[in-house]
Write a protein that binds this ligand. Structure first.
Ligand SMILES: [Zn+2]
Length: 390
């Protein structure tokens, strides 16, 4: 059985073996690239590896104990020699990376290593990456870099060739179900529905399992394809979907934004309803800019999740055509989906999937969301056989 810090990582036995090998723990390479699909546990793996490297247990085989000072502070994100860098923005700014590189030259203050974990390294612009590259090429003696990205293709080849690769896999539905049930105490039946619905994305599965509102929103989204029959219904559904996504993004950031504002006002010695003196306005403006960027990312993420959920429905409908015995992503909706599948062709499902993938491209390319959603939902209208082209 793996040491405690690794136990939240579902279905990644090969990765755990690779990173807990005696040679790796005692003489680690100075730059690592963790890749795996979103939700597979890239960040978790990097953090557990940092805990294993810094752990205070004398025997390397016991490191990653989860209870010593080093393990605990890394877990809480407060260890002085482990920087965990993430961005709320769509991309990292070059200044952020310059600061990191400057930081990388400091010797560790108490621990064996200075470790810098960069999450979502794929959000780094090429200019920012080049700044980082220099630091990775000429590493300070006791500094270890850990980058994470969805796939090796998401980072520049120059980074790829200078890092050791750790490849996480998509965990099985059973692995995710077991983790949610054992670690989070979620009812196994609900855990399984959520593990399947999230397509084994551990974070999304847990969020669905814990939030009835999130399940309800997902439910409304996945029922859209089953109800759209006319162009006017598609246009109306686009508005509803857009609204749902915005509500979801708002729900995830509203509390945090309000707390942040209250905290900042307090630190500036102001109360909530007091006018802000002109010389302090710059602080407020900076916070608001950050919040705007974060809200934009929250909407982007929520839209992306909706697209993944919709693709899941059409994938299920296709499966019902070609291989009805296979488990569905939306197994809990099987009777409804079977019913609907009999009224549409496999070709229709394929063209709906194409429309979803086109909408994702458009959204990434800054087409107004409502327009992209409308075009996509219009493609969901099943053609009756009478109107079908030959
Ligand atoms: Zn420890």
């Amino acid at each position: 059985m793996a040491n405690p810090v690794w136990r939240s990582l579902a279905g990644q036995q090969a990765v755990i073996e690779q990173l807990t090998d005696h040679q790796t723990i005692t003489a680690p390479t100075h730059a690592w690239l963790f890749t795996g699909p979103p939700g597979s546990g890239r960040s978790l793996a990097a953090r557990a590896f940092a805990q294993t490297l810094q752990c205070e247990q004398p025997d390397p085989a016991d490191r990653g104990c989860g209870t010593c000072q080093a393990c605990a502070t890394i877990g809480a994100g407060t260890h002085a020699d482990v920087n965990i860098v993430t961005t709320e923005k769509v991309s990292y700014a070059i200044e952020d990376v310059r600061d990191l590189v400057a930081n990388a030259h400091d010797r560790p203050s108490t621990a064996r290593w200075r470790i810098i974990i960069i999450e979502d390294a794929d959000r780094m612009t090429e200019r920012a990456t080049n700044v980082l590259l220099k630091a990775i090429e000429e590493p300070p003696e006791r500094t270890i870099w850990m980058l994470s990205a969805p796939s090796p293709a998401d980072v520049l080849v120059t980074i790829r060739s200078r890092t050791r690769h750790v490849q996480l896999v998509i965990p099985s539905v059973e692995d995710v179900t077991r983790l949610l049930a054992e670690r989070d105490g979620i009812d196994p039946q609900l855990a399984e529905v959520c593990a399947r619905a999230s397509q084994s994305h551990v974070g999304v599965a847990r969020w669905l399992a814990r939030s009835p509102e999130a399940r309800e929103r997902r439910d409304m989204i996945v029922h859209l394809p089953l109800t759209i029959r006319t162009a006017s219904a598609a246009v109306e559904a686009a508005e509803n979907l857009h609204k749902l996504v915005q509500d979801e993004a708002e729900a995830s950031s509203a509390d945090r934004n309000a707390a942040e504002r209250a905290g900042l006002l307090r630190s500036l010695g102001l109360t909530e309803d007091e006018p802000i003196p002109p010389k302090l306005r710059v602080h407020i403006r900076r916070m608001e800019d950050n919040q705007t960027a974060r809200n934009r990312r929250a909407i982007h993420d929520a839209l992306d999740r909706a697209m993944i959920d919709l693709s899941g429905i059409y994938r299920d409908l296709l499966l019902l055509h070609v291989s009805p015995q296979t488990w569905l992503i939306n197994e809990h909706l099987r009777p409804k989906l079977t019913d609907y599948a009999s009224s549409v062709t496999a070709e229709h499902c394929l063209s709906a999937l194409e429309a979803i993938s086109l909408a994702r491209k458009r959204l990434a390319g800054n087409v107004p969301p409502l327009l992209a959603l409308e075009a996509m939902l219009l493609a969901f209208i099943p053609r009756t056989r009478r109107h079908a082209p030959l």
